[in-house]
Design a protein around this ligand. Structure first.
Ligand SMILES: [Zn+2]
Length: 477
């Protein structure tokens, strides 16, 4: 085992899965050769697996006489053959857990390794197969990665929304705002922005106000997209900002990096923002919260108690312009009238029925339970020292990303609300929906919500229904 392979294979991948394959083949090869030098290995062969979708799955004949779709990895198979025949004496894969994504591939590789005592390494460090513990770990990682690939398509859309909102994507992988991706070193300009945000929050400024200031100053986000309330909240409340490590939402101890905010400041910021969430939740009783936008300043308008009863107001305390207000009951009645008019049209009904039969939330719920079980297992393996902290972190991150997606899907409760609405008399059912369900239905029909135009004073006081203007009614075609 001590002999260093001098005729090893370097296996790299071309993939169209940008999220996991930001590095080009050339770069992968450079990294692979650099690792080979460090290990004193000689590379005799570079194999490039074409892992783009066109090559991913093919129909093949199975031993039982049926046909089935299988992931085909010809270069991986070539590598196995060369290793089995002794033609090559080591395997260095860029990211082995993804290269051998099918557990069957991995088992074949393990067979070869065990028979011929061939060393295996990967640049990303996720897999070695040097001993039983490594092999156990490899099986876990491949099982996890394999599941990730099957689920990928279903989660993609949702995921991108989430990531963009959190400012995580930097085109070459993920990093948290304020820190470098590798080594978690502080990026001074971003750290300053985080400290400014913290000061503003403690000063009573709204997330929307802060978002506007940052956008006006053209402060870049990690994604390059403009700031929004969620990304502002996210960058300042992450535990890493206070130099703390979190696991499943709970602080588990100090991180290995420097803090941007001291712990007391960070806790005060989180508490302040949490307090605001509670007040927003009360306004959720007014179901058009999250649906209406101000036509003057384009902020979200939320329900509030006004002098003349409940109203939706572009509230100045929440950073709004204060210019737009509308009677809550009348606005709700008008949107309700428009929605009922839409959903009783056959074509719209048909489309809604299709959405309502989407089982994605049930899948997500099952998946969430699976994943939470798997996280527990992993934590157990780590506690029993069956895996290193690095391996634990890596496996955990894959699962945790998926947990987040599942939660997002579960929260997208439109299918459930629609099922309730469409079972029987639509008009009668509408009246029984909860505020949250009504909101979901409206946002399914009118994803961008409604704009509220100014009241035309020349026409006196009566409510003007045309002030509520739907944006993009997608299902009404
Ligand atoms: Zn406004």
């Amino acid at each position: 085992m001590d002999a260093k392979p001098q005729r090893a294979i370097l296996l790299v991948r071309i993939s169209d899965d940008k999220a996991e394959d930001a590095k080009g083949v050339g770069r992968q090869e450079d990294d692979g050769r650099a690792l080979a030098d460090r290990l004193h290995w000689g590379i005799a062969e570079v194999l490039i697996e074409n892992d783009t979708s066109a090559f991913k799955r093919r129909k093949i004949n199975l031993p039982d006489g049926t046909t089935g779709l299988r992931t085909v990895r010809p270069k991986f198979r070539t590598a196995l053959d060369m290793l089995a025949s002794g033609e090559r004496d080591g395997l260095l894969a860029y990211d082995l857990d993804r290269t051998a994504r099918d557990p069957r591939d991995l088992e074949d590789l393990i067979d070869v390794v065990e028979q011929r005592h061939i060393p295996v390494q990967s640049v990303t460090g996720s897999l070695r197969l040097a001993n039983d513990a490594d092999i156990t770990m490899a099986r876990v990682m491949v099982a996890i990665a394999n599941k990730a690939s099957r689920d990928a398509s279903r989660r993609v859309a949702r995921k991108h929304v989430e990531l963009a909102a959190e400012g995580k994507w930097n085109g070459g992988g993920f990093r948290g705002y304020g820190f470098t991706r590798k080594g978690m070193e502080i990026i001074p300009e971003e750290a300053k922005v985080i400290r400014d945000i913290a000061a503003w929050v403690l000063d009573g400024r709204s997330l929307n106000w802060i978002k506007d200031v940052l956008n006006r100053l053209r402060v870049p986000t990690v994604t390059g997209k403009p700031w929004n309330a969620r990304s502002v909240r996210s960058v300042v409340t992450k535990s890493s900002v206070a130099g703390l490590r979190a696991h499943r939402g709970e602080i588990v101890g100090p991180g290995q990096w420097e803090a941007i905010l001291d712990r007391a400041t960070w806790e005060a910021v989180c508490a302040t923002l949490a307090g605001r969430v509670r007040t927003v939740d009360l306004t959720l009783k007014r179901w058009l919260t999250g649906v209406l936008h101000c036509s003057q300043c384009h902020r979200e308008i939320s329900g509030a108690q006004g002098n003349g009863g409940p109203r939706y107001w572009c509230s100045t305390p929440h950073g709004g312009c204060g210019k737009i207000a509308v009677n809550a009951a009348k606005a709700e009645a008008e949107v309700e009238r428009q929605v009922l008019d839409l959903i009783t049209r056959p074509r719209v009904l048909e489309r809604l029925d299709h959405i309502s039969r989407s089982e994605v939330t049930d899948d997500a719920r099952r998946e969430l339970a699976d994943d939470e079980g798997q996280l527990k297992q992993l934590a157990g393996m780590w506690a029993r020292k069956e895996m290193t902290l690095g391996e634990y972190r890596e496996a955990r991150k894959i699962i945790e990303d998926r947990v987040k997606d599942s939660r997002a899907l579960i929260n997208a409760s439109a299918p459930r609300a629609l099922r309730r609405l469409l079972a029987g008399d639509v008009r009668a059912n509408w009246a029984t929906l909860s505020a949250a369900d009504k909101r979901d239905v409206v946002l399914t029909l009118v994803p961008e919500g409604y704009e509220v135009l100014p009241h035309d004073r020349r026409r006196g006081n009566p409510f003007q229904p045309e002030r509520l203007r739907p944006e993009h009614v997608t299902t009404a075609a």
